[in-house]
Design a protein around this ligand. Structure first.
Ligand SMILES: Cc1ncc(COP(=O)(O)O)c(C=O)c1O
Length: 391
């Protein structure tokens, strides 16, 4: 079956955050929404049909993560990433942001140090700050239009008493898919300084060839013992509204500690629709859909690159290895950040994520969501050209 990703679907009156918050966040209700990380593509029909089928049963009572659900996750992790996990290692979380908070609470004490690599997905900061832990930033280095890890600097920070490291693997917003070698070096430092790791792998399925996602905990039994991995079908299959994600912990003590925290927070139960959607998504149909959506997003990446090279050469697109979130560098224009914000939202009529929300090293950068029909991408590029093309 060939899926359609080109038709523009009107999301008005569906309580879509991407649309409904345009005015409050961007001051322009008409801006082209290319910010929050969900897709403008239809959620796959085999998922929708599964939900409809479930609704044919008249009772929607308390429901658990059954064997079929757990096995679907186990099989998917193996098929996608060659990672062998056990059903008994799984824990439910309504979302990864919730899970991050619970893991910070479970594995650190107030005042202890938690490290992140900036620029990074901003709820990492909140999970640390809101829980009264100390935020330690280890900035990534931006060289040759791509991001790298300064391992010496990372080790210096870890040495200073870091308890927990929140790794973004692959890394939102800079689009890096960390290599096995990079991950192994990070693992080595974590083991040396006895640092526990949260590996947020929500974007793990959204990888462009020849890059390959390596689950952090799959590196060695030693690092698996220190790691809690979060993942979800929500980004891959556009089901974020179903609030269903999961944690993977092979260390039974860590699993117990985490589950105790989840119990304290009262968030251990999912919804029928979330469970059903995951079972439908993590399937042969899901694999076929994923291959096609990646091909389509790959074409969008090529479109942006060619257009920028031809018409706005000063605006650079950081190499996108994974995720559908482009990291655009406007620094060559020499325009200050707040003026760039104004030009993008008012003059160009574009709602992109402000790079500074991911840390101050995001100054002069904006994040553009290209999981959208090509005609939207084309429209965004033309709007950018109108404002920046002759500067
Ligand atoms: C790295 C990362 N983690 C977590 C999330 C959100 O996860 P959830 O919706 O399951 O809380 C996102 C969404 O953009 C993300 O990019």
């Amino acid at each position: 079956m060939k899926y359609d990703f080109s038709t523009i679907i009107d999301r008005a009156n569906t309580s879509a955050i991407k649309l409904d918050r345009l005015n409050s966040l961007f001051g322009n209700a008409q801006a082209l929404p290319m910010w929050v990380a969900d897709m403008d593509f239809a959620t796959p029909p085999f998922i929708i049909n599964r939900l409809i089928q479930r609704l044919n049963h008249p009772i929607l009572g308390y429901t658990h993560a059954d064997d079929a659900y757990n096995n679907a996750i186990v099989q998917w992790q193996y098929n996608q990433h060659g990672w062998e996990i056990q059903p008994s290692w799984l824990a439910f979380t309504p979302g990864i942001v919730a899970g991050l908070n619970h893991a910070v609470q479970a594995f650190t004490q107030p005042g202890e140090k938690v490290l992140v690599q900036t620029p990074v997905y901003h709820p990492f900061f909140y999970a640390i700050n809101n829980n009264g832990r100390e935020l330690i930033k280890s900035p990534l280095t931006y060289i040759d239009n791509s991001y790298h890890i300064d391992f010496q600097a990372l080790e210096e920070k870890m040495k200073g008493g870091v308890k927990l490291f929140i790794l973004c693997n692959p890394h939102n917003p800079v689009g890096r898919v960390w290599t096995k070698d990079e991950l192994a070096k990070m693992a080595e430092i974590c083991l040396k300084y006895d640092v526990t790791v949260i590996s947020d792998e929500i974007h793990a399925d959204l990888i462009f060839k020849p890059h390959k996602h390596v689950p952090f905990a799959s590196l060695s039994p030693q690092i698996a013992e220190k790691t809690i991995t979060f993942n979800s079908a929500s980004k891959t299959f556009n089901i974020a509204g179903l609030t269903s994600a999961y944690a993977i912990l092979s260390n039974p003590d860590m699993l117990e500690t985490y589950n105790r925290q989840v119990e304290l927070n009262g968030t251990g139960h999912g919804s029928i629709m979330g469970y059903e959607a995951v079972k439908a998504a993590y399937s042969a149909d899901g694999q076929m859909w994923l291959d096609q959506v990646l091909e389509y997003i790959g074409e969008n990446i090529a479109l942006v690159k060619e257009y920028l090279d031809a018409y706005i050469p000063k605006l650079t697109m950081v190499e996108l290895q994974g995720t559908y979130l482009l990291w655009l560098n406007f620094n060559a224009f020499g325009i200050n950040h707040s003026e760039l914000v104004r030009m993008l939202t008012r003059d160009a009529g574009l709602a992109l994520n402000d790079g500074q929300m991911f840390g101050l090293d995001g100054t002069g950068f904006f994040r553009m969501n290209i999981a959208t029909p090509k005609s939207n991408v084309q429209e965004a590029l033309e709007r950018l050209k109108k404002v920046f093309g002759s500067l």
